[in-house]
Write a protein that binds this ligand. Structure first.
Ligand code: KIV
Length: 293
């Protein structure tokens, strides 16, 4: 397989082939998703919640994103790596937006960046695209605005809100974005918006009528442990959380009862080395060495 580019996104929009995207935040997970054939990996600022344990994405910094994006980029051979621009890395000015998008490309080795917001950030998107950096938009529920929204809520539910969503989608497209994420939007509206645009929409909680889908991998693998919250739009494709927890428990048990490590997990010492050591310090090696002053 060859490296996926934004030209492939455009071709998939044209042919109607669905685009696949998953989040990753580290090298080994990126390698797994990439080798499974995922077309794009989003280094989402959801890392603040699923990797760093914050209650929202607002605390995520540029340094966090650069660190994780560089690791993902090393693991993603074919997938297009899209890196989220964190809160306050682009809202402050068009200059900051271009500067920080550039850092995610240069230092994080991203293939594209994603930023939240529609009409209000069209100018920022236009400037980043002008600097030859591909931009994916993100509208609907935009988690960096959780405090302004008053919670994680489905968007576009009234006619007025639906009209604003359409204006945002058109503004993002017109500004030059190559794709746009629609998050938590009623399925019929998302399908309608997808039909209006010439760029692909990537849905999360937006139904099957989008040009592609994205999920946070910890959600689809049920990795939150007991009592973890799963949004309505998530399908659990595997219960990796239970598999991991069971394996951790077996490890603890085997270390405690001495059955791990077994002989096949150990390295052999040279007999003459051990004879020499025992001559010097005594035969047992348990507690104070015999004859040691
Ligand atoms: O940060 C993230 O993971 C995202 C997805 C939810 C689209 O933006």
């Amino acid at each position: 397989m060859k490296k996926i580019t934004i030209a492939d996104f455009a071709a998939m929009k044209k042919s109607g082939e669905k685009i696949t995207m998953l989040t990753s935040y580290d090298y080994s997970t990126a390698r797994l998703a990439d080798s499974a054939g995922i077309e794009s990996i989003l280094v989402g600022d959801s890392l603040g919640m699923v990797m760093l344990g914050y209650s929202d994405t607002v605390s995520v910094t540029m340094e966090d994103m650069l660190h994780h994006c560089a690791a993902v980029s090393r693991g993603a051979e074919n997938a297009l790596v899209i890196c989220d621009m964190p809160f306050m890395s682009y809202q402050t000015s068009v200059y900051d937006a271009v500067r920080n998008a550039g850092r995610l490309m240069q230092e994080g080795r991203a293939g594209a960046v994603k930023l939240e917001g529609g009409t209000d950030y069209a100018e920022h998107i236009r400037a980043i695209v002008k600097a030859s950096i591909p931009v994916c938009g993100h509208i609907g529920l935009t988690p960096q605005s959780v405090n302004a929204f008053g919670g994680f809520k489905v968007q576009g539910k009234t006619a007025d809100a639906a009209r604003r969503l359409i204006e945002d989608a058109l503004a993002v497209e017109e500004a030059g974005a190559f794709a746009v994420v629609l998050e938590c939007v009623p399925a019929e509206l998302a399908e309608y918006v997808s039909g209006m645009l010439s760029i692909p929409t990537i849905g999360i909680g937006a139904g099957a009528g989008c040009g592609g889908q994205v999920l946070v991998y910890q959600d689809m693998l049920a990795m939150y442990g007991d009592g973890g919250f799963t949004p309505k739009f998530v399908k659990r494709f595997a219960d990796a959380g239970s598999v991991m927890k069971q394996a951790f428990g077996e490890y603890i048990k085997e270390v405690k009862d001495g059955s791990f490590p077994a002989e096949q997990h150990t390295f052999k010492a040279d007999r003459s080395v051990m004879e020499e050591i025992k001559k010097l310090y005594g035969s047992k090696g348990d507690g104070a060495a015999e004859g040691a002053e």
